[in-house]
Design a protein around this ligand. Structure first.
Ligand code: NAD
Length: 280
């Protein structure tokens, strides 16, 4: 069955990951040809193979979104195997422990504490902060420089960035990740304006709290019960649950498709009401 996505080429960075592999599958189900770009070559290949097994057209390409040469090589491969890019999903991103404090609030006694593993704001490693800013921001900027040229003058060209809840209001403990995702929201607006005359729309998804392998131990205990942080999140989420990757796909398809052709520069929370709720 043909759809508005039939034959379009969608490039998904971080496509080997939990959220982006689901988004890639959703676009493939609608007939888009998918390039899964991921640092982990085997994972990229595996996700592409899974899409092909379900009847889709997909290739896995090893690629580091922080390395221009790697991106250029991936671009050439995608052009040869699938054609030029119509849709770019800048999905590669994440946090790093070195950009994370161990407690949400600084107490005066923490300064003299000998507690093992205590990492206050004053102990944060600039290299950890830089890693997180690079991965999320530069890792969105460089793929856009490499793939957006393909999209100029095409109809239905669309870029989707991935922001986060912490871009609206920073989350405790993760100043680097919060700042980097705020930069992504801001960059989404900037790019939307910059590309407005060449027919490329640029929007972002801001996922709320999704239980993934990265955060499972932060949010749940080994017996499946919620940690304190997990409980706090659920009690601040009016819909009282974590998101599942499938929760993203409806908004993704709308933002990439013709139904949103006058929409550019928006950041859409997909969060069960978290960002709308003051907690009271
Ligand atoms: P994930 O870790 O499952 O996927 C990230 C993927 O990016 C991995 O496959 C990884 O190999 C790849 N990657 C890492 N560094 C890379 C690099 N330099 N070059 C190319 N690929 C690289 O993460 P996820 O939870 O699916 O997150 C996807 C996106 O959604 C990220 O931008 C993340 O920040 C964002 N996000 C996630 C959540 C959540 O709750 N999981 C919430 C808000 C936003």
């Amino acid at each position: 069955m043909s759809s508005e996505f039939s034959g379009k080429v969608a490039v998904v960075t971080g496509g080997g990951g939990v959220l982006c592999s689901t988004m890639a599958q959703a676009l493939a189900d609608k007939g888009a040809k998918i390039a899964i770009l991921d640092l982990r070559e085997e994972t990229a290949e595996r996700v592409a193979a899974e899409i092909r097994e379900k009847g889709g057209d997909a290739v896995g390409v090893a690629c580091n979104v922080l390395d221009l040469e790697s991106l250029k090589a991936a671009h050439q491969k995608v052009n040869e195997l699938l054609g030029s890019c119509d849709i770019l999903i800048n999905g590669a991103g994440g946090n790093h422990p070195k950009g994370t404090t161990s407690k949400g609030f600084l107490l005066a006694e923490d300064l003299d504490s000998t507690e093992e593993g205590l990492k206050t704001f004053f102990d944060l490693d600039p290299e950890g902060i830089k890693f997180v800013f690079d991965l999320n921001f530069i890792g969105t900027l460089l793929p856009t420089q490499v793939f957006a040229k393909d999209m100029i003058g095409k109809s239905g060209a669309s870029i989707i960035n991935i922001s986060s809840m912490n871009a609206f209001t920073p989350l405790t403990k993760i100043p680097a990740y919060s700042g980097a995702k705020a930069a992504i929201s801001n960059f989404t607006q900037w790019l939307a304006v910059h590309f407005s005359k060449v027919g490329i729309r640029v929007n972002a998804l801001a996922p709320g709290f999704f239980l993934t392998e990265q955060n499972r131990t932060l949010l749940t205990n080994t017996d499946g019960s919620l940690t304190d942080r997990g409980n706090t999140i659920i009690s601040h989420t009016p819909m009282s649950r974590f998101g599942t990757p499938d929760d993203l796909t409806g908004t993704l398809l709308w933002l990439c498709g013709d139904g949103s052709q006058f929409v550019t520069g928006v950041v859409i929370p997909i969060d069960g009401g978290f960002s709308a709720f003051s907690g009271v």
